[in-house]
Design a protein around this ligand. Sequence first.
Ligand code: TXA
Ligand code: MG
Length: 356
Amino acid sequence: MRNWGDELETKVVEINSNNPEEDLIKEAAEFIIKGELVGFPTETVYGLGANGLDEKAIKKIFKAKGRPQDNPLILHVNSIEMLEALVEEISDKAYKCMEKFWPGPLTILFKKSSIVPDSITAGLDTVAIRMPSHKIALELIRLSNKPIAAPSANTSGKPSPTRAEHVIEDMQGKIPFIIDGGETGVGLESTVLDLTDDIPMILRPGGITLEDIIGVLGQCGIDPGLEDNINNIIPKSPGQKYRHYAPKAQMYVFSGDMDNVNREILKRAIVARSRGQRVGIMTTTENQEQFLDFDVEIMGSSKDIETIAHNLFHLIRKLDEKNVDLILCQGVERDNMGLAIMNRLNKASGGNIIYV
Ligand code: TXA
Ligand code: MG
């Protein structure tokens, strides 16, 4: 018998993302069927998967991540039939979004059916469901023939994993199997969309943008609880109320006129260094030469917001590994993917967004 204090042996298996080897995914699916956890890639971030209908397996997810019990999980499906068993009804709006964005980085809230365990929904009457587009994720669901519950495969509070090595760093010794499918594409989590009220609401911005959803449904709001840490409204998505994606270092994000942003970052970097602090700077290709004297990580071109999203969590982890004391990061415009990027930066910095 295994005690929770014991370390598990973690097997890491490389699988080809474009053409997944079925026999290797079968091995992973066996673990899901047995009620064990598997780290696997999706198009957004790596997930920590378990059989979403198995209470005991679900408990292991919360344990391995150190996740608060009141934070519900997303179920991942590979077919509309699998979805139908998990929900009371599918609205016209939901069908429209599914047609346009599934498989892909959109999670939709539905009224849950009775077969969905309470531990998945943290007692809520809605269940969050998405159909991922990553071939390995779809194959894993197909071969285990179960809806797979999967939060991001990081220790709670840390940046979400976008590479297998991030999962290994957080989950080695805690789970028996990790699939290495290379870097994930989007790099940020799925958008969580609530369609259970009259007006569609984004509860967590992500891979599908507000603009995309308005394009399909005509209107969509953003949960007021998501604004920078300046109000007392509790977010509707329980996960959004926790400090999250956070580096060990203190972090500040700078928004506003680009010259002011660069000047402020440089000023603070020089002051911090003079105090003996190690400084990491996250900036765009266009601005990098201003900071050659410091540990600079390039997020991508300011004209290429998708690349910035793709690199974001990796760079935060990388600067953490370099043991910097302070991270100074350039902000982005809050449109399209920029909204999700600024949401993650707000959380990562503990609300330290400075407007200059
Ligand atoms: O891209 C993703 O969504 C990744 C990959 C693995 O699919 N998964 C992911 O899961 O980000 P997680 O657990 O890290 O985030 C799920 C978010 C949390 O903020 C949670 O509170 C919210 O979805 N959520 C889940 N069920 C909910 C519900 N019934 N009502 C409101 N929010 C819900
Ligand atoms: Mg997460």
